[in-house]
Design a protein around this ligand. Structure first.
Ligand code: PGA
Length: 257
C-alpha cells in the first residue's frame, strides 16, 4: 500500500490562468475561511504572480501552496522561468509538472518534464506532481497502456527518491479535462493497475511506496464519491470546480473525510 494512501489522500486545486491577481487573492481568502475547520490535505495552485500573496493568505491555515510549473535549473539566463528553489522560498510545497496544457501549448515533452522533476526533487520538502494521460484518439485505438507506460518511463527515468521523498502521479486523460466527461470507475481502476504494474516492474517494494496516484479531469462534487472509492486512487487534481469555494469544499469532503 502507498504510504500516502488512505491516511494522506490529497486534493490539489489547479487554478490555471483563469484568475487575475486580485481574484486569486480573494479566492484564497474565501477558501481559507470555508476550510477553517477542515484538516484534510488540500493544496491550492495559483499562477506565479499570485503565489506568494496567496501563500501569505493561507499561511496560518491547514491549506498548502503549490505551483503549476517549475524550471529545471537553479538560476541563470533563463528569461521568464522560475526555479524550484524560488518556489519553495515563496512557500510552495508542491509543484505540478507536465500538465497536458503545457504539453499542448508549450510543446513540453517527457524528457524535459524529467529534467524538471529531478530539479524539483533536488529541493528538499518540495513534492512533484507529474501529469500523464492519453488523448481521445489514443484511447479509441487501444493505446492507453502503451502511452502511459512510455510517459512514465521517460518522465521517471533515472529518478531516485530519498527516504523522505515522494512523487505524485496525476492521471489526467486529455479528453476528460474541462469537458464534463469523467472516466468510468472501472476504467480508472484499470489505469491504477497499469501504473502500479509499471512501478512494480521498475521499482523495489519500498521504492514503490513513494508514489501515489491521483485522478484529474472534470472532477466535481457529484462524481467525487465514486472516484474516492477506487482502490489505489489517492486523490484528485481539480481544475474548474476548484474555483468555486462551496463546490470545492464538497469535493474535498467527498474525498478526504
Ligand atoms: P478540470 O481540469 O477539473 O477543469 O477538468 C483538471 C486539470 O486540468 O488539472
Amino acid at each position: 500500500m502507498s504510504n500516502i494512501s488512505s491516511k494522506q489522500k490529497i486534493i490539489i486545486a489547479n487554478w490555471k490562468m483563469k484568475l487575475g491577481f486580485r481574484e486569486s487573492l480573494s479566492l484564497a481568502r474565501k477558501i481559507r475561511q470555508r476550510f477553517k475547520n477542515f484538516s484534510g490535505n488540500v493544496v491550492i495552485c495559483p499562477d506565479f504572480v499570485s503565489l506568494y500573496s496567496c501563500g501569505q493568505e493561507i499561511k496560518k491555515s491547514n491549506l498548502k501552496l503549490g505551483a503549476q510549473d517549475a524550471f529545471w535549473q537553479d538560476s541563470g539566463a533563463y528569461t521568464g522561468e522560475i526555479s524550484p528553489q524560488t518556489l519553495k522560498t515563496a512557500g510552495c510545497r508542491y509543484v505540478i509538472l507536465g500538465h497536458s496544457e503545457r504539453r499542448k501549448y508549450l510543446k513540453e515533452d517527457y524528457n524535459l518534464i524529467n529534467l524538471k522533476l529531478k530539479k524539483v526533487l533536488a529541493v528538499s520538502a518540495l513534492t512533484p506532481v507529474i501529469c500523464i494521460g492519453e488523448n481521445q484518439k489514443e484511447r479509441s485505438q487501444g493505446l492507453v497502456k502503451s502511452v502511459l507506460t512510455r510517459q512514465l518511463q521517460e518522465g521517471l527515468k533515472g529518478v531516485a527518491l530519498k527516504a523522505d521523498q515522494k512523487v505524485i502521479i496525476a492521471y489526467e486523460p486529455l479528453w476528460a479535462i474541462g469537458s464534463g466527461k469523467v472516466i468510468k470507475n472501472k476504467d480508472l481502476e484499470e489505469i491504477s493497475g497499469i501504473i502500479k504494474q509499471f512501478l512494480k516492474k521498475s521499482r523495489s517494494g519500498r521504492g514503490r511506496d513513494k508514489f501515489s496516484i491521483i485522478y484529474g479531469g472534470s472532477v466535481d462534487s457529484k462524481n467525487i464519491k465514486g472516484i474516492s472509492q477506487i482502490e489505489g486512487i489517492d486523490g484528485c487534481l481539480v481544475g474548474g470546480a476548484s474555483l468555486k469555494p462551496a463546490e470545492f469544499y464538497k469535493i474535498c469532503r467527498g474525498m478526504l473525510t
